[in-house]
Write a protein that binds this ligand. Structure first.
Ligand code: SF4
Length: 365
């Protein structure tokens, strides 16, 4: 990447591929590090550089907010304090620990990786070794290798992309691979190689707490004196990001079928791409054509760009149970139930026994 002095000082946005002069890079690194050491949030995974614990936090933080992750992280580490414990955990324990965080393939990949690490005898100490673990991409490998091993790899996530596009006043589209590639190069040039772990965390922290998507706090930003978008008055226009696919709406029916104290439910296969091993209420696809008797109500649930509206209805015991089986309702809490099944059960409980309906869990899948 070519360094171009004084670019964008005229208030125009920068073309793709611009970055800072070297003297400003050092100034940004120093300001950022001093601010982070002064102002960082005290998060449980910041009290350690143990690669296992950093890895667990980074995987949980994918797709999930910091505040929602904290109780899951603490519960997970109490049950699986090291890689050996994770490698040996039962499927049912693992899914119960992850229930509510969503995107369950993450837990399965972590266990596959944990077994690989135990077999190899130690957590891989290089970027390439970490990147080769199941479920680990460039971002996670850069985070672990810089925080735990002090290796010079820059992290690039949504927060970092936003901060860089504003700092550089660069209109490159952060949703395109070309835009991401260019900002990755800029992040690499900006990396403080003496303190890569703290630098990476500082840039992400700045994006999460100061350089917010809406209403960035420029007045208290440690980098405001060097921020090109602030100087040009273009902060609100950045980052440029093409719109994601519009959501797809779908209506589905879940069947509530009981026999005495038993409930009819089915378990997803271990090789299922979606929530393997989790238990669900049956739908028409499991049981064939059925006549609804009582409608308990509806609830919404979103998965990526799908917006589902689930209707929960009771019906008579069908002639064929398909893959479903009877489970005593008192045993349900010990099973890994999907978030959709839990929502349906809460809905039915509110209808049947309003005062005894179970409370919501901390986060939803
Ligand atoms: S000055 Fe404002 S826009 Fe620029 S990096 Fe700081 S918070 Fe973001």
């Amino acid at each position: 990447m070519v360094l171009r002095e004084n670019e964008a000082d005229d208030g125009q946005t920068s073309p793709l591929g611009t970055t800072f002069p070297k003297s400003q890079i050092t100034r940004i690194q120093d300001l950022l590090l001093a601010w982070f050491r002064r102002s960082r949030r005290d998060l449980p995974w910041r009290r350690t550089s143990d690669p296992y614990r950093v890895w667990v936090s980074e995987i949980m933080l994918q797709q999930t907010r910091v505040t929602a992750v904290i109780p899951f992280y603490e519960r997970f580490l109490a049950r699986c304090p090291d890689v050996e414990a994770l490698a040996a955990a039962s499927e049912s324990d693992l899914l119960s620990l992850w229930a509510g965080l969503g995107y369950y393939y993450r837990a399965h990949n972590m266990q596959r990786a944990a077994r690989q690490i135990v077999e190899e005898g130690a957590f891989p100490p290089t970027f390439a070794g970490i990147r080769a673990l199941p479920g680990v991409g460039d971002y996670t490998a850069a985070a672990i290798s810089s925080i735990s091993f002090g290796l010079p790899h820059a992290v690039v996530d949504g927060n970092v992309l936003r901060v860089l596009s504003r700092l550089l006043n660069d209109t490159s589209d952060i949703a395109t691979s070309r835009g991401k590639r260019e900002f990755t190069r800029a992040a690499d040039e900006l990396l403080n190689r003496a303190h890569p772990g703290d630098h990476n965390q500082a840039l992400m922290e700045l994006g999460a707490t100061v350089c917010l998507p809406r209403k960035p706090q420029c007045l208290v930003c440690p980098l405001s004196e060097l921020c090109r978008a602030r100087a040009a008055g273009t902060v609100d226009q950045l980052p440029v990001k093409t719109k994601a696919k519009s959501p797809v709406s779908e209506e589905r029916t879940l069947f509530w079928i009981t026999r005495g104290d038993d409930l009819l439910i089915w378990q997803r296969a271990p090789e299922s791409k979606l929530m393997p091993g989790f238990w669900e209420l049956p739908e028409l696809s499991e049981l064939g054509q059925l006549e609804p008797l009582i409608e308990f109500g509806t609830f919404g649930h979103s998965i990526t760009f799908h917006r589902y509206l689930f209707r929960v209805v009771s019906t008579a015991v069908p002639a064929s149970l398909g893959p479903a089986r009877w489970v005593p309702r008192t045993n349900l809490e010990s099973l890994p139930l999907s978030t959709i099944a839990r929502k349906a059960m809460r809905l039915v409980a509110r209808k049947l026994e309003p005062s005894r309906a179970p409370k919501r869990r901390a986060a939803s899948a």
